[in-house]
Design a protein around this ligand. Structure first.
Ligand SMILES: Cc1cc2nc3c(=O)[nH]c(=O)nc-3n(C[C@H](O)[C@H](O)[C@H](O)COP(=O)(O)OP(=O)(O)OC[C@H]3O[C@@H](n4cnc5c(N)ncnc54)[C@H](O)[C@@H]3O)c2cc1C
Length: 391
């Protein structure tokens, strides 16, 4: 859909995420059949985490992507590193039970610590803010604080220049495209063979088909968030993809936003990068049914909503340089698709909107499951839904 003529910004903005380096070297193409111990389909954060687990276990691993490293949501997101599930902790407790919600929350905290320590140049421990849009949400923030403190999780009330709500001190921010490329480089150095422009067209036990070639591997891991049901049509109905939109400005030195902000129950979110640019996303709920798709592009109502937030709430005057979207997937029960799909073919994805930290954990847990090792996260995710993601 055309953007409004009234906005000069709209006409000039690039469709590339602010994070992506258009000059970055691309992966080689897969043009001949190959064999491996394990094949990972999807080279976002979840797939790379699965590859790392296999490499750690001494397996010969091939990773393929229909495009390139972090070509989907993994390289096009808000850049928040968040503990927990997509749901706020008190909502997760209500929905999934305290043991499961708290157990997963603690695992994500440990994963955050691992990521900060391993990648100090692409991650920042900033803390994150949840800012209330109105009095009812302020009250919900208070409920969240009580629930988190009762469970021994770090949180405090916030009342400052960004508004009123709460701060989670262990959360952080990162440059996603840079980060996942660094992870992929280190895996290639350790022997993982990674290929781009290699879309999986179908999969069966021990065999992944692409248009040009096949990968034969006794273990296959499919790690795709948005568009998962297109890759595995039997999951349509359990997994539903949605487009999320963002924009980013040139340096907005008139603003000073110290921490990533979640606003309006997480419907909107923004952060200011160290060089002053602002990356802001959200508005899925104002976009209507048209946003339930995994296709590219942006729409006028959502971009108008983001622009209003940028100009009126944040007071930013800098021009908008980027507008983009990427897809994620949701499930009806609020937990990801996770498990063995066919014999030897494992699937993870559909993180319900928050997957930078949790997706990596799932990728790792799924690789362990494929190796016959059941982790605590697998127990939490499979409990009561062991056969959910078989065809
Ligand atoms: C705008 C936006 C903002 C977000 N903000 C945040 C945030 O701030 N914090 C947070 O935690 N989460 C956020 N998320 C969610 C997060 O980005 C995702 O959950 C996470 O990146 C998913 O990573 P992934 O590796 O599982 O999947 P993906 O990023 O979907 O990666 C899958 C890969 O598989 C490839 N692929 C797809 N189909 C095929 C096929 N048939 N064959 C081969 N390859 C294929 C794709 O090219 C892609 O590279 C956001 C998402 C969006 C879209």
């Amino acid at each position: 859909m055309a953007l409004p003529q009234a906005s000069a910004d709209s006409l000039n903005a690039s469709g590339d995420p602010v994070w992506r380096d258009p000059q970055a070297a691309r992966l080689p193409a897969l043009d001949a059949d190959i064999d491996a111990d394990a094949c990972v389909v999807g080279l976002g954060g979840s797939g790379l985490a699965a590859i790392e687990t296999f490499v750690d276990a001494g397996l010969d691993v091939v990773g393929i992507d229909r495009d390139d490293i972090a070509a989907g949501a993994a390289g096009a997101n808000g850049g928040f590193l968040l503990a927990g599930l997509a749901q706020f902790h008190h909502d997760a407790v209500r929905r999934f039970g305290r043991e499961r919600a708290l157990g997963i929350y603690r695992l994500t905290c440990a994963e955050l610590e691992r990521v900060y320590a391993a990648y100090p140049s692409s991650t920042r421990r900033t803390g994150s803010l949840r800012i209330a849009a109105d009095a009812a949400e302020e009250s919900d923030c208070a409920t969240q604080i009580d629930a988190m403190l009762a469970d021994g999780l770090a949180v405090s009330a916030y009342d400052g220049p960004d508004g009123r709500g709460l701060v989670v001190p262990g959360d952080g921010a990162f440059q996603p495209a840079l980060h996942w490329r660094a992870v992929a480089r280190s895996l290639a150095v350790r022997g993982a063979r990674l290929f781009g422009d290699a879309a999986m067209t179908s999969v069966e036990a021990g065999l992944v088909h692409t248009r040009q070639a096949r990968v034969r591997a006794p273990i296959v891991v499919i790690a795709i968030d948005g568009g998962l049901e297109a890759a595995l049509p039997s999951l349509a109905g359990r997994v539903r993809s949605v487009r999320l939109q963002m924009l980013a400005t040139d340096a907005a030195l008139e603003c000073s936003i110290s921490q990533p902000v979640y606003f309006r129950h997480g419907h909107d979110y923004w952060q200011q990068l160290p060089d002053g640019r602002i990356a802001l996303g959200g508005g899925r709920d104002v976009g209507g049914d048209g946003e339930w798709q995994a296709g590219p592009g942006v729409s006028t109502p959502v971009q108008r909503h983001l622009e209003t937030l940028l100009r009126e709430r944040l007071g930013a005057r800098a021009p908008i340089a980027h507008r983009w979207s990427a897809a994620v997937a949701f499930t009806a029960d609020g937990l990801p698709a996770f498990g063995e799909h066919l014999p030897g073919v494992f699937v993870t994805g559909a993180y319900n909107g928050t997957g930078n930290i949790f997706g990596g954990l799932c990728g790792r847990a799924l690789a362990h499951l494929a190796l016959g090792e059941r982790t605590q996260l697998a127990d939490y995710l499979l409990e009561g839904r062991a056969t959910d993601f078989q065809s």
